[in-house]
Design a protein around this ligand. Structure first.
Ligand SMILES: [Zn+2]
Ligand SMILES: [Zn+2]
Length: 137
């Protein structure tokens, strides 16, 4: 998402864009996107800075670090950023900051649920699906 400074009126500007995860290199081994990254931005122009309020939304999936099942979650994040500018600059590119903000929200240890029981250490059965018969409790 690029914002051209001379296109921002003093009363502010609202923008919407859907960015493909590939364009921002957002997917990792653990994290996959099931939708584009939807961005809503409200841009205000101060005397020598742009103030950008961003709302980000995407549907993602990850592998649970306990039971190894894939699960989906909604990423929703609001941030406010500011971009100082002077006469040498005609636009600001938000993409590096958008990428960083999204990736900051990735869980270090994804869990399908706080209550996930994980796998049986003996037989490997997913304990969320009921007890196992291997004798371990
Ligand atoms: Zn799990
Ligand atoms: Zn077991």
């Amino acid at each position: 998402m690029k914002i051209f400074i001379n296109q921002v009126p003093f009363e502010g500007l609202s923008l919407e864009e859907e960015i493909s995860p590939a364009e921002l290199d957002l997917e990792t081994e653990m994290i996959k996107f099931h939708s584009g990254l939807k961005i809503k931005a409200h841009v205000e122009r101060a005397i020598n800075a742009l103030i950008v309020k961003l709302s980000m939304h995407a549907v993602l999936s990850a592998c649970c670090s306990r039971c190894l099942e894939e699960f989906e979650w909604d990423l929703n994040k609001d941030v406010q950023l500011s971009y100082p500018f002077d006469n040498s600059i005609t636009f600001v590119d938000l993409n590096p900051d958008i990428r960083e903000e999204v990736m900051l929200d990735y869980p270090v240890k994804p869990l399908c649920s706080e209550k996930c029981k994980g796998l049986c250490v003996k037989c490997g059965k997913n304990k969320n699906e009921g007890g196992c018969n291997c004798g371990s409790t």
